[in-house]
Ligand binder design. Sequence first.
Ligand code: ADP
Length: 253
Amino acid sequence: MTQVTATSHGADKTGGAQDSVTLRVRDLRKSFGGNEVLRGIDLDVRTGEFLTLLGPSGSGKTTLLRIIAGFESHTSGEMLLRGRDIAGLSPSERGLGMVFQQYALFPHMTVADNVAYGLRMRGWDRGKIGKRVSEMLEIVGLPHLSGRKPRQLSGGQQQRVAFARALAYAPQLLLMDEPLGALDRSLRLQLEEEIKRVHRQMGTTVIYVTHDQEEALVLSDRIAIMEEGRFAGLDTPTALYQRPPSTFVAKFF
Ligand code: ADP
């Protein structure tokens, strides 16, 4: 197994005052026209944790993720990444890793070039890029496919490459929006295991969006349940399952 030490800051997940916070969100609001779709979101994403936004379609999950990514403006509120106000920064200045369905792989580039892309943009030298790309393809189990084009890969393999591309430059925070949504069930289960393993191995802080309860239960350290632009509950899967704070949350499990 390849060890990646640069990002292994996720060891402390025990809770309590010593936990550091990667992303702090305070009273975040968003309106489209007169329609308020985020209605005062408060969230501390702890360093190294896997946090899932779970909720029905239209509850505001994707909008929240897109605002954190910088693809959508917010109406009011605060967002601090490791203490730094990111509200005025472009998506690339925020330096986050992203696996979104609309950010497909570059079809004309090989697998290796797709994974290398963000590293080239950041001015890494060739040798270092080559080493990192091999390391990442090893981690996602695709070292033998580095010369292929995306169209020569299965859906699951493409998702693995997208995952490797997003993690290659060791982002402080990885955002994933329904990355397994388009895949069939057995492949989804397989990739869930893989995502869990890579998260553990690299210690990356993750915000993951899904409407699939089972997926959220399997993957998450904590789950934020979204209901009409607010959090109806935010806790560990066990706590939410055993002591749901409302009937809405209970309905989800
Ligand atoms: P989810 O990801 O939970 O399905 P979304 O964040 O996509 O929810 O949507 C939340 C609400 O915001 C929905 O009512 C949706 O119609 C609305 N919405 C999202 N994007 C836009 C937009 N660009 N313009 C207007 N309304 C939007």
